[in-house]
Write a protein that binds this ligand. Sequence first.
Ligand code: SF4
Length: 425
Amino acid sequence: MIPQMNRIGGHLLAATFRGFGIHAKVMDTYKGLDLGKKFTSGKECYPCQITTGDILYFMEKERERLGDAFDPERYIYFMPESSGPCRFGMYNKYQRIVLDSLPELSRLKIGSLTTDDGYSLSGIIDKGRVRDLRKAAYFSVVVADVLDRLLWRIRPYEEDPGTTDTFIERSMHVMEDVFEEFGPEKAFDRILDQMEVIIEKAKGLMDPRIPRKPLIGIVGEIYLRSHTHANQDLIRVLEKYGAEVVNASIAEWMNYISYDRLREAKIAFGLSMKQLRFGPMKKQIKKILGFGSELYYQEFRQKKVYDRLTSMIDLAGDHKVGDLEKVLRKDDLFSFDAGTEACLSIPGIVEYAHEGYNGVVNVYPFTCMPSTITSSIIRPRMDELGIPYLDTPCDESIQPGREAAIRTFMYQGYQHFKQYGRKAF
Ligand code: SF4
C-alpha cells in the first residue's frame, strides 16, 4: 500500500512495482483525516496526521470489503523515512505505535525505506532485482514530474476549461500500463515514446490566442507542495488569479538524498584519513563509489528525459543539487551540514529569482521546521531582490484570508511581469 503524495507519482510508482511482481496499490487519501486526527494529538506534523488517517481508513475499508477473510498480515504499508533533524523519520515509528494499539492491526507490517541507504528498496524484492527496480522506480518519478509539469504548462492556456485535468488523468492511467509493461525490462525509450504521443496531444488543448502569463515558482515541504488536498489546491488557486506555475520536483528530493549521502561519506572519509583509521576509510570509499554512481546515474537519466521531452514543449527543467549548494555557499545563506528540505528550498528560491520568475510561494505544514527556517532566511533576501514572495502554511483549517493573500500576491506578480517580463524555458 502506497500513500498518495503527488497523485501521478504514486500511481506510476505503484505500476512499476506491479511490473516487478509486487502487488502494489495506491491508497485513497484524505478520506480518513478524521481518523488521523483521532489517533494523533495535534502536535504531529500535518502529513503525519494525513498518512495515519489514510492507512487506518484503507484498512477499515478492506475489513468491510473482505469480512472474515480480512488478514492484516497480508499487507505492507510503504512509508519512507528520513534521518536528520526534522520529524519525518518518526512518522512510521509513531504509526507503528498507533497500529500496535489496535489489536486487529498490530500484525500489519510497515515497510520503512530509509534515506540512510538512499531509499535503496532492498527488502521488498529479491536482492538481485533491487537495482533494476530502483532504476525503474526513479524513472517513474522523473516521468511523473514531467506529466505534472505538462499539466501546469497546459492548464492556464487551455481552450476548454477542464479538458487538461481530464486528459492528464487519462494519460496517467495510460502511463501506468506502459510502466507495468516496460519498467521491468528498463525499456525507457519505449516509455518516452508514449510520453511524446501524450505531449503532442496535450499541445492541441492550448488556445494559442492566450498570451503568456506571470510565472510563479513553488518550493516547500515535499508532501504539502505535492498533495493537492493538503495544500488546498494551491496551484489551481494561483492559476485562478492569472499564474502559470512550476512546482519543485520530486526527483530533486531523490537527487538531494543521494547527494547528501555522498557528501556525508566524503566528510567521514576525510576525518578517517586525518586520524589514519584505515578500516573506516575502506567502508567510506565503498559508500562514496556507491552513492557517487547512483547520483551520476540519476542526474544522467533525468537529463536524458528532459532533453528529449522539452524539445517538444517548453517545460521547466530541474536544478542540479550541486549547483544549489554552490548558491548557498556563495551567499552564505545556509549550510548543507544542517540538512533538511531547507537545503533545496532556500537556493531554489534564489535561483527562481535569478532566472526571471515573477514570484515565489513557499508552502508547508503549519509548524514545519525546515520551511519556517526557509521563510526566516529568505524573506529579507527576496526584499533585496525585489521579487514577490508568499508563505502559505497549511493545516486542515480553512484560513479566511488565504485567497485574498494569494490574490494580492498575484497582483504583485503581475506588476513584476509587466515591468520585467518573465523567464522563457
Ligand atoms: S519537513 Fe516539516 S512537516 Fe515534514 S517531517 Fe519535517 S518538520 Fe514535519
